[in-house]
Every structure is written in structure tokens, then in C-alpha cells.
Write a protein of this length. Structure first.
Length: 178
């Protein structure tokens, strides 16, 4: 059953379809509006552990095709498919955040960029900290690959799911050695 929530800055209720699925980094919750995927977040971000091993795959047929497509594409990603995600996206955010998230989607699987390089990519070279905040506000983890952004010195800087999850995602993509 879809859950009614309010979008930030929105006064009307909006129905979102939600689906939880297990991945090698833990349980992920997908949420979609009729227009596209709204969020993809790790539920047990603190540990990255497989907290519900008995629950595999879809539990029900999603109301919106975007949730089912995102689930299939995430399964393919974790099976080793390095194709870009093609599910329609509908993340809530400012124009600046969306510009950063669009630039994140241009980082190929298996590669990383620094926050400074990402700021230059959106023609805002002085906005490195703002780019970092927008990266941290990304509601579409993995699908909009904020984990591919690292410090200018090559360090694995913060990640909402934890640096260890970031390390595991980058290792999965072949960006770093374990």
C-alpha cells in the first residue's frame, strides 16, 4: 500500500510507492512517485549488514513501474552489470542540488571524482563546500552515485551510509582495492 507523505516545501500530500529489497550492502528502500524514483536509501546504514536475510526480492507488485525498474536495475548492478541506471528520477531538491546530482550521474562506474572536480563540472569552481552539501543531500544513493566522490587527496570522505559502505561500493565497481 503506498504511503502518503509531504514533500519538503509542498503543501499537498503525495502518494509514494515504497519497496524494500536486500542488497549485498544491506536493506535498501526505494520510493517512487508517478513521475519517477524519489529516493533510494540504505535502511541499516550504520552497519551495512544484511539485517533480514529471510526477506529476498519483491514482497509485492509495486504500484509504480519506477520502483520495479529500480529494483531490477539495482539487482543487476550488484550482479556486476556496469550499465548506467535508466529508471526515471524525481528527486526533491533545489536547482543547484539537481545540477550536482546530474553531474554525479556523469561519473562512469569504476571511476571517482573529487568534490573540486565536481564543482568545476557544474561551472561553480568556488562552490566546493556547497557541492559537498548537495552530494550529502542526494536522496538516490547508488543510482545517483554520490559514493564516487572523494577528497582531492584521494581520501574516502563522508558518505551518508558510512565510509565502510562507500569503500564496499567503490570496491564493487573496481574503483579501489579492498
Amino acid at each position: 500500500m503506498p504511503t502518503a507523505i509531504f514533500r519538503t516545501g509542498d503543501t499537498r500530500a503525495e502518494r509514494l510507492d515504497r519497496l524494500r529489497m536486500l542488497t549485498p550492502i544491506g536493506e535498501v528502500e526505494l520510493a517512487a512517485s508517478p513521475a519517477g524514483l524519489r529516493s533510494c536509501k540504505l535502511i541499516d546504514a550504520a552497519t551495512g549488514a544484511d539485517s533480514h536475510p529471510a526477506r529476498h526480492g519483491q514482497q509485492r507488485r509495486p504500484a509504480y513501474a519506477h520502483v520495479a525498474r529500480a529494483s531490477r536495475e539495482l539487482s543487476a548492478y550488484f550482479a556486476g552489470d556496469r550499465s548506467p541506471f535508466s529508471v526515471a528520477l524525481d528527486p526533491p531538491g533545489t536547482d543547484f542540488q539537481r545540477a550536482v546530482w546530474d553531474a554525479l550521474r556523469e561519473i562512469p562506474c569504476g571511476q571517482t571524482r573529487s568534490y573540486a572536480a565536481l564543482a568545476r563540472a557544474i561551472c561553480r569552481p568556488a562552490a566546493v563546500r556547497a557541492v559537498g552539501r548537495a552530494n550529502g543531500a542526494n536522496p538516490l544513493w547508488i543510482i545517483v552515485p554520490c559514493h564516487r566522490v572523494i577528497g582531492s587527496d584521494g581520501s574516502l570522505t563522508g558518505y551518508a551510509g558510512g565510509v565502510e559502505v562507500k569503500r564496499r561500493l567503490l570496491a564493487h565497481e573496481g574503483s579501489i582495492l579492498c
